[in-house]
Design a protein around this ligand. Structure first.
Ligand code: ADP
Length: 375
């Protein structure tokens, strides 16, 4: 309940004001001079104070000064009650920090109007402060996120990219020096390593670029009517060449016709999901890619029989930089799935995951065939 403190030495006026206020549903506290008023104010923490000016022991001006100097009361709206319309005493009260004044005699309507105006302004002020705090928090959270992105990018460049470059350099160095002593199979193995590492470097740089575009809000969505079956078939084939020695990919398409697809974003969805299926499942593993039609949507399903994801980790899977404990020994950045999710959303679609720890995972991308209304 809104509490109001009335400080007034004229007993009948104090009682009258308190009665008016109680009838209006306010909780009232009373005091008959500034000294007592300060004591009551500190105990009751009222939402508004009404005070007479001339009172014994501590007058209204000194009471106001005490209120404004006290951190617990400093912002409580304060209305002066003055016996005369003397300009000097009204001016002094306002200079000392009063919010409004009432000239005796005043009626119930004047009093209630002054109170509601002050309380409404106070509420509006509190709401404005709350808005400022929340936008400040947003800015801080954004800064935090940007700082995290920068740190992760530095870590990625200094560690992951460096290790991949080391693979490229050492295999090419070995080929250059000892090519004559190597048989075809050994030479091929080194060429495969160079190709695989180079592919991962390109993939990592693409993810970095897309994450930066997402972060700065400039990620473009440029859909065109494309034959999805053929597009995905081509991407699967490219991928199969890279991971030929370790995994086989089985692709089936049950979709006729075309859909609105952004070529670059769809490639990124496929690359991230397929490279995760390869990374997180043992050598010799089979990966299945299915394209199905479901109502007015196409559904891309990419499934593996790899390490799987625990039910505790599933809710965090699309948070930037999230990496599950069982994946930490395998290289990665935690940037791929947030990109997959954002890319699907730009198409007006969604991502779903079914996974069982130790048994495998299936990622499903639902994309409407028609162009989304808003990107
Ligand atoms: P990265 O693979 O670079 O770590 P992602 O954002 O692509 O980043 O994936 C986030 C996390 O989700 C991975 O670190 C891993 O813990 C988990 N994850 C993603 N795909 C799979 C999968 N197919 N099998 C098991 N875990 C996966």
């Amino acid at each position: 309940m809104t509490g109001i403190l009335v400080v007034e030495d004229e007993q009948h006026l104090q009682e009258e004001i308190a009665d008016w206020l109680e009838l209006e549903g306010y909780q009232t506290h009373v005091a008959c001079n500034g000294r007592e008023g300060l004591k009551v104010a500190l105990e009751a923490k009222p939402d508004l104070i009404i005070s007479d000016i001339s009172m014994p022991h501590m007058d209204g001006f000194n009471f106001l000064l005490e209120v404004r100097a006290n951190p617990q009361l400093t912002s409580v709206p304060f209305i002066f009650v003055t016996a005369s319309a003397e300009y000097e005493s009204i001016r002094k009260g306002m200079v000392l920090g009063a919010d409004d004044y009432l000239i005796k005699p005043f009626d119930q309507i004047d009093l209630l109007k002054a109170i509601t105006t002050r309380l409404e302004r106070r509420l509006a002020f509190d709401a404005m402060i709350a808005r400022q705090i929340s936008s400040l928090n947003e800015v801080l959270a954004q800064k935090d996120q940007q700082q995290k992105l920068q740190l992760n990018i530095s870590a990625m460049l200094s560690h992951d990219l460096r290790s991949l470059m080391t693979v490229v350099l050492s295999s090419s160095d070995l080929l250059k020096r000892y090519r004559e002593r190597m048989d075809d199979r050994q030479q091929m193995r080194h060429l495969d390593r160079i190709q695989g590492a180079s592919y991962q470097i390109v993939h990592m740089l693409d993810d970095l670029l897309l994450s930066a575009e997402m972060e700065t809000g400039v990620l473009a969505f440029e859909p065109e009517m494309l034959d999805v079956c053929a597009l995905i078939g081509k991407l699967v084939m490219e991928f199969q060449i890279i991971c030929d020695e370790t995994h086989s990919i089985d692709y089936q398409c049950d979709v006729d016709g075309s859909a609105y697809i952004d070529r670059r974003l769809f490639r990124q969805i496929m690359t991230n999901l397929l490279s995760n299926s390869v990374k997180y499942s043992p050598d010799g593993g089979q990966i299945s890619v299915r394209l199905e039609a479901e109502g007015d949507h196409i559904v891309l399903k990419i499934a593996d029989k790899g390490i799987g994801i625990s039910s505790d980790d599933l809710p965090h899977l699309f948070d930037p930089f999230f990496r599950a404990d069982n994946a930490k020994k395998i290289g990665g950045t935690g940037l791929g799935l947030p990109i997959v999710k954002r890319a699907a959303e730009l198409h007006g679609g969604t991502v779903q995951v079914i996974s069982e720890l130790g048994h495998g995972s299936c990622f499903m991308i639902y994309i409407p065939r028609a162009i989304p209304e808003q990107s």
